[in-house]
Ligand binder design. Structure first.
Ligand SMILES: NC(=O)c1ccc[n+]([C@@H]2O[C@H](COP(=O)([O-])OP(=O)(O)OC[C@H]3O[C@@H](n4cnc5c(N)ncnc54)[C@H](O)[C@@H]3O)[C@@H](O)[C@H]2O)c1
Ligand SMILES: CC(C)=CCC/C(C)=C/C=C/C(C)=C/C=C/C(C)=C/C=C/C=C(C)/C=C/C=C(C)/C=C/C=C(\C)CCC=C(C)C
Length: 653
């Protein structure tokens, strides 16, 4: 495919150091909001007094042991819907001021400049090449959010880290690209773990660890479901509003709804009470068991369980169970019976606890901030650095080789490539460790996505349009089928600076397998892209936005091949998916591997797919690596015992 017409364009190749990546927050006063008055049985959001009303400005407090100065929540453009009728750009409210005001324009320009291709931290040449020595404490292969969080956490602990990224900007599937005045998120735009409170706001904490902050816009509705039999459910930010809406559709299941989501809160509260570090590090793990025994036992109890089984304990209505399937499908690309209960609880509660917040200027700003923070801590990131081999000496990973022949060495190597890519490509010729064989028995690659990035005339969207939509029109059986369900994000509903005046961005995606797109001449491939995209757009036109086709002013279609090429993910996969019904999270490997000195991070590690999930994987990985290189406490005897125990537990999955 021609790089310049692809969705992941080759950006400016001019090597520039970032001059200033100032995602600074202008803080304002903390305002605690009205608490949730909904009765949740025994399981309510624990930090009731921390709940904030959705659209107030928030000043974050210091959080855990990070010097977290915080996120700032800005007003969406319309408190009810996020969208204004009339002239949306001029009339929009931004941080209590008119969007068109001079100060705001300057501010938005400043934020946008963060995403400018000219500002890339791009090192080339042979800086840092170091044959034979332990120059770096860690080399991280790939700068997805998993890799960047591992790298920045290590750098914050005092390690010297080198990140090697194949592409020209950081972020992987959480990157961005710019076209014709639009700033598109490569992946989807729903950010969990990006709030100002609790212990699970791992993205906020990761940024804070390297001194970065971002301004965010609270999303009033996580997702608007449009489902068979005209079932329409909005997942409101306020938990009580969501429960009221869902029970109004299923009044006979009110008890069941409260019990299922109540059980999710029990798990979320247990998770949110822990300090999150490596579950492979015994001193920390036993310490947590000692300090929070009930919470740890709760989590241990739910570790092998799936959301669908728990939903079936309380809910009988098949349509409501299908709705829970759709809720889980967003999290795991599989139905509720195959979705680990811990993962489901994390997502189904965080959206009401911390809420979904969109970073001003686009999702790409998160990775750019982390990359800059990494540099500020004295570590490095190198772009256009395609790692083709992990160098093993005497059974230990000691370095990496790039496609251009350069070699880099470090005490530890962390791969943010998927486990399939790491062991199938970067360690080709090495015997596949037993643990990886087991992983591949339990997990397969989830399909990839077909994605359509569009610019449309603003008038085509009704005034009350939400930012995120999930569409499955007629038949629940199509939920998990390729092209069955449609995801749609309209981030300009929250941040109009992402598109030219009078335009909105529509990012549409649907599951698709690479096999559908291989082995055909370029002409047929291009024609097929147009055809499939046209069908998806027609469905949205019929279901949501009459006149959509006529309103399109920009369109680019990416296929699983695009994902494979630009994200370096085998078959363009979205992540791992259980081969059969899994035992919750039990079979999911953590960060250590069967090869001494080699660690994995990202979505083929515990707890799986999702930005917040890979951020947690990064935090865990950094802690385990830090212990192994002497930056954190470690007990070799306990290590051996725990790693054996965990290895054995995984064989039960
Ligand atoms: N919530 C959302 O809406 C959303 C949006 C985007 C992404 N995501 C999630 O992000 C997750 C993926 O994050 P991740 O951190 O695991 O990985 P990633 O795929 O996002 O990033 C991996 C990075 O490694 C680089 N890379 C791979 N192989 C390389 C090699 N050999 N040499 C150099 N660089 C190499 C890639 O170019 C890429 O930048 C997915 O599971 C997805 O769920 C979610
Ligand atoms: C070790 C042992 C054995 C035991 C012990 C016990 C314990 C202590 C345990 C613990 C545990 C823990 C801590 C855990 C944790 C976990 C976590 C954090 C998890 C998380 C998760 C998350 C997730 C999964 C997420 C996901 C997300 C996603 C995927 C998202 C997506 C989105 C999208 C796609 C969007 C949509 C859109 C539209 C609709 C448009």
């Amino acid at each position: 495919m021609n790089k310049n017409t692809s969705q992941f364009p080759a950006l400016s190749h001019h090597a520039h150091k970032v001059q200033s990546l100032n995602l600074n927050c202008r803080l304002c006063d903390l305002k605690t909001g009205d608490s949730n008055t909904m009765q949740l049985g025994s399981s309510k959001p624990r930090c009731k007094n921390q709940r904030v009303s959705s659209f107030e400005h928030v000043k974050t407090k210091a959080c855990n042991d990070y010097n977290l100065s915080g996120l700032k929540l800005l007003k969406p453009r319309n408190e009810k819907s996020g969208l204004l009728s009339g002239n949306p750009l001029k009339a929009s409210i931004f941080n209590g001021r008119k969007l068109g005001s001079k100060r705001n324009k300057e501010y938005l320009l400043k934020v946008k400049s963060v995403l400018s291709a000219d500002n890339l931290v791009e090192l080339e040449g042979n800086g840092g090449v170091n044959k034979g020595g332990n120059y770096y404490d860690a080399i991280v292969i790939g700068s997805g959010i998993g890799g960047l969080v591992a790298a920045t956490q290590l750098a914050a602990k005092g390690a010297r880290v080198l990140v090697l990224e194949k592409y020209v900007i950081p972020g992987g599937s959480s990157g961005y690209y710019e076209r014709d005045g639009y700033t598109f998120d490569v992946g989807s735009s729903v950010m969990f773990g990006f709030s100002d409170k609790g212990n699970l706001n791992l993205i906020t904490q990761a940024l804070a660890a390297v001194g970065c902050e971002m301004e965010v816009i609270p999303d009033p509705t996580t997702v608007h479901f449009h489902l068979p039999s005209d079932l329409s459910v909005r997942v409101h930010r306020e938990y009580s509003d969501f429960i009221a809406e869902l029970t109004s559709k299923f009044p006979h299941e009110k008890e069941g709804i409260l019990s299922f989501y109540g059980e999710c809160w029990k798990i979320f509260n247990a998770l949110n009470s822990l300090e999150l570090k490596s579950l492979e590090e015994p001193i920390y793990l036993f310490g947590q068991f000692f300090q929070k025994p009930l919470e740890c036992l709760t989590l241990a109890y739910y570790l092998p369980q799936n959301a669908g089984d728990i939903a079936r304990k309380y809910i009988k209505d098949p349509q409501l169970l299908s709705f829970i399937d759709a809720e889980c499908f967003i999290v795991s690309t599989v139905n509720a019976l195959q979705t680990p209960m811990i993962n489901a609880s994390m997502v189904l509660c965080d959206r009401h606890f911390g809420g979904i917040n969109y970073p001003v200027g686009g999702v790409g700003g998160i990775a750019k901030s982390l990359a800059r923070g990494l540099g500020d801590k004295g570590s490095e990131i190198l772009y256009k650095a395609n790692v083709t081999k992990v160098i093993i000496e005497h059974g230990k990973a000691v370095g990496v080789r790039l496609s251009d022949g350069r070699e880099f060495f470090a005490k530890t190597i962390i791969s943010n490539a998927t486990r399939w890519d790491t062991f199938g490509k970067l360690l080709k010729g090495e015997k596949l460790p037993k643990e990886e064989e087991n992983f591949q028995k339990v997990y397969v690659k989830a399909p990839s996505f077909l994605s359509i990035h569009m610019g449309v005339k603003a008038e085509v969207l009704p005034p009350d349009t939400d930012c995120h939509h999930f569409v499955l029109e007629d038949d629940w059986k199509r939920l998990e089928e390729p092209y069955g369900s449609i995801f749609l994000s309209i981030p300009t509903v929250l941040d109009s600076s992402l598109a030219p005046e009078g335009r909105h961005i529509l990012h549409i995606f649907t599951t698709s397998s690479i096999e559908d797109w291989e082995g055909m001449p370029q002409k047929d491939y291009d024609a097929k892209k147009e055809l499939v995209a046209d069908e998806i757009i027609s469905r949205l036109e019929k279901k949501l936005f009459p006149g959509l086709k006529q309103s399109i002013v920009f369109k680019e279609v990416g296929t699983p091949k695009t994902h494979r090429r630009y994200l370096a993910r085998d078959k363009g996969t979205y992540g791992p998916m259980p081969r059969r019904t899994p035992k919750g999270l039990l079979g999911m490997p953590f960060n250590t591997t069967g090869i001494d000195g080699l660690y994995c991070v990202g979505d083929s590690c515990f707890p799986g797919q999702g930005v917040i999930a890979v951020a947690f994987s990064g935090v865990m990985c950094a802690h385990r690596v830090a212990a192994d290189i002497g930056l954190e406490k470690k007990s070799p005897v306990l290590d051996t015992a725990l790693l054996r125990l965990l290895g054995w537990l995984r064989t039960l999955a």
